[in-house]
Design a protein around this ligand. Structure first.
Ligand SMILES: C[S@@+](CC[C@H](N)C(=O)[O-])C[C@H]1O[C@@H](n2cnc3c(N)ncnc32)[C@H](O)[C@@H]1O
Length: 212
């Protein structure tokens, strides 16, 4: 998808880069990248992991200005961490406005069906190597909450435990297509960014282009 952007040395803006996992892949693939996130701590991790990005900087959705871009990408359903669907709409409008004519949008977003598409649903807890989801809940049809505990070995026999609480807003992704069209972006809603990799069951990828 991003090949044509790289060929013309276009600028890729990443939203919610977190620790820089995708950023590093983009840089390694030869892209010019501005990676952004709301969390200064995440940005510090990204700076250590994705050296070679043109810039790694704080950008808090939905209201911080987004740089003009030849592609805007975001994985890990970053927009779903906003407080409500109205904030998600504001972020989508800002994204559409920052895309140069003809340019690419590829982002993930949680659908109303996302909670039940999570591995193990409807069981509330899930244990993996070094982390556990201690509880997940849908306190309302448009909210998905995950309480997580992350365990790491200390140098002695003890463990360190960190707790995280992830609250995601779920929206009817079917309405994103007409909404983006109003703002000059023709998008399709799917369940994969391509390459034969399906991420979760249910719609959650938004891929489109700004009108020329
Ligand atoms: C699940 S993580 C995904 C991180 C990364 N994209 C990945 O896939 O590894 C969600 C990220 O969204 C960021 N985030 C949450 N709210 C945000 C906001 N309002 N504006 C920008 N980033 C935000 C968090 O700091 C976090 O790094």
């Amino acid at each position: 998808m991003l090949g044509p952007v790289r060929e013309r040395d276009g600028l890729v803006v990443e939203l919610g880069c977190g620790s820089g996992l995708l950023t590093r892949d983009l840089v390694d693939a030869g892209h010019r990248v501005i990676a952004t996130d709301a969390s200064p701590a995440m940005l510090d991790l990204a700076r250590g992991y994705a050296t070679g990005a043109r810039e790694i900087r704080e950008l808090v959705l939905p209201d911080d200005p987004i740089p003009q871009a030849d592609a805007i990408v975001s994985i890990g359903h970053v927009l779903s961490y906003l407080p409500d669907s109205e904030a998600i709409d504001r972020a989508l409008v800002a994204i559409a406005g920052a895309l140069r004519p003809g340019c690419l949008l590829a982002i993930g977003l949680c659908d109303l069906k996302s909670a039940e598409a999570m591995p193990g649903f409807p069981i509330n807890a899930r244990v993996a190597d070094g982390w556990a989801i201690t509880e997940r809940s849908t306190p309302s049809p448009d909210r998905f909450v995950r309480e997580m505990a992350v365990f790491t070995h200390n140098e002695d026999v003890s463990w360190r435990r960190d707790d995280e609480r992830h609250v995601n807003v779920l929206i009817d992704t079917a309405r994103v297509r007409p909404f983006l069209a109003e703002h000059g972006v023709r998008a399709t809603i799917g369940d994969s960014f391509g390459g034969g990799v399906e991420l979760l069951r249910g719609p959650h990828t938004i891929i489109g282009h700004k009108d020329p």
